[in-house]
Design a protein around this ligand. Sequence first.
Ligand SMILES: Nc1ncnc2c1ncn2[C@@H]1O[C@H](COP(=O)(O)OP(=O)(O)OP(=O)(O)O)[C@@H](O)[C@H]1O
Ligand SMILES: O=C(O)[C@H](O)[C@@H](O)[C@H](O)[C@H](O)CO
Length: 198
Amino acid sequence: MTVSQEKGPEEPQMPRGRPVEKLLVVVMGVSGCGKSTLGAHIASALALPFIDADDLHPLENVEKMSRGEPLTDDDRAPWLERVRDAAAAAAAHISADRASSTVVACSALKRAYREVLRCGPLRAVFVHPHGARDVLLSRMSARKNHFMKEGMLDSQIKTLEDPTGEDDVVRVPVEAGMTEQVQISLKGLEDLGVIRRM
Ligand SMILES: Nc1ncnc2c1ncn2[C@@H]1O[C@H](COP(=O)(O)OP(=O)(O)OP(=O)(O)O)[C@@H](O)[C@H]1O
Ligand SMILES: O=C(O)[C@H](O)[C@@H](O)[C@H](O)[C@H](O)CO
């Protein structure tokens, strides 16, 4: 996906920031919540690499989801480790300084999955676009050529263990526009003390 750097005349300035420690910024949530779109924008705002965890699913997982079958814990376990390791490798590749970090878009629906991501060398912080089912459904329906069809949304919602109350979670309203979502995300990360705004 391409993230446009151009701004329309009335579009507010995208905020920018810099990590103050080695971060794994995980934009998490159910299918269609906007994690890939928001994740790419946060990566741009923080000048960090971006990984879409959907690109790391083995073919069998994608084929299974394309058939309308939800993944199991066993399907997701090796994939989560792959996501965590790819993020650490991407961060190490950009620099060895203390701010080398990566942004990933990864569903991370259950607490146990988030714990896998927390077990790596980077401090995992979670940004969670969260909102009403009808908004998610209309966004999934409007998407063309995506393997995940809207019939999978209810199983995603059922599987989600809401991360509210866990450490290092920033909640973002799914209905907000992209610039506002990036502003809320960066403000939340700044409040956690893990980035500095520029
Ligand atoms: N803040 C937003 N406002 C309006 N539309 C949005 C917003 N964020 C994302 N979208 C649109 O919603 C759709 C779903 O977004 P996206 O593909 O980023 O979600 P996702 O969580 O990565 O989905 P999946 O995991 O199923 O790939 C896309 O068509 C995207 O352009
Ligand atoms: O854990 C999962 O069930 C998967 O990662 C899904 O969330 C999809 O890959 C993604 O949402 C694409 O639509």
